[in-house]
Design a protein around this ligand. Sequence first.
Ligand SMILES: NC(=O)c1ccc[n+]([C@@H]2O[C@H](COP(=O)([O-])OP(=O)(O)OC[C@H]3O[C@@H](n4cnc5c(N)ncnc54)[C@H](O)[C@@H]3O)[C@@H](O)[C@H]2O)c1
Length: 356
Amino acid sequence: MPPTILISGGAGYIGSHAAYVLKQQGFEPVVIDNLSTGNAWAASFGIFEQGDVGDVDFVRTVCEKYQPRAAMHFAAFIEVGESVTNPAKYIENNRDKASRFFKTLNACGVKKTVFSSTAAVYGDTSSVYSEVGGNGPISEMYPTKPINPYGQSKLEAEAYLRMLDADGMRSVTLRYFNVAGAAPVEAQIGEAHAPESHLIPRLVLPLIDAPADLVEALGLRKGFTIYGDDYPTPDGTAVRDYIHVLDLIDAHIRALNYLLKGGATDIFNLGSGKGFSVTDIVGATRKALDRPHFSAGFAPRREGDPAILVASSVKAGKILGWRPSRSLQDIITDAAAWHRSSLYQDAMRAKLGLAG
Ligand SMILES: NC(=O)c1ccc[n+]([C@@H]2O[C@H](COP(=O)([O-])OP(=O)(O)OC[C@H]3O[C@@H](n4cnc5c(N)ncnc54)[C@H](O)[C@@H]3O)[C@@H](O)[C@H]2O)c1
């Protein structure tokens, strides 16, 4: 029997890619997901058990049945804007249920956990960035000062997980943001959020001739809007870090192997080290999809959006040997291939109640 790895949130975007790669690498993924935002069709690698990470009996039963060697925790709500309007939803799911999950794992003897956190725990890092001449990705030493409940809920879950170290739980917390792209289309997984708030799918979908009713139902028909053109950045639009989902999963598997070999509890930032402004991304998409006439509109800043978030991965490079290898161009073209697929379009039509 190959070693089993428990993957919470494995019916979601990133978790399904983790299950896909783990399966390829000889592990047996055991996905647990309550399908609150995920998709049953994405939980197609290994074993799938439907349930909630906050349900102690459910998690205990799954652990007793499959005896996982380790866990990867992806299950969470991820909408920054929604976290500002409904913070309790985020604190309950991302902090309280996550903490209960970690506690149950620990009690069941699953003593190695890779936690999918976010660079949103750092808050607005613009000052650090500008201090070093516009070229200073943030390291793990940077103080954590989240500016939205999403970042706060993840930071508090991190703290709970690290506290369990005293009881033998070894964990790696990975902080990242703006994951995009997809596995090769044959894998039949990719980003399928509804609503879709992430930049690259929002840009790509209207440009690949997806059916008009689908584009409209996802709220993307009226063209692409850039929120804020008055940030303290070189072109005034927000600067972010983008990682290809397969590079990200490579880091998760390195973190898993690090823990399986006896590595100590630690935190790593994962980023490309390069900041791209929203205007840069619009330009790269225009080029990758050959849409020379495409342009974006502007609207005011959204609450809770920092000016600059760019993570340094120097520590992950040194200790985990991780380096992202895929370009922004790869990210955009792989995302476009996935969003063009009939699996994505049919699944979203069904989810949004559109006629088949
Ligand atoms: N997508 C990004 O760009 C990004 C960036 C930084 C960090 N993250 C982190 O990565 C993780 C995965 O993000 P994603 O984009 O794949 O999100 P997603 O919404 O696609 O997947 C999350 C999955 O978790 C499940 N889930 C949520 N709450 C649950 C619960 N209580 N019990 C069981 N299952 C539950 C959902 O059904 C869904 O399948 C999250 O923890 C998020 O904070 C994502």
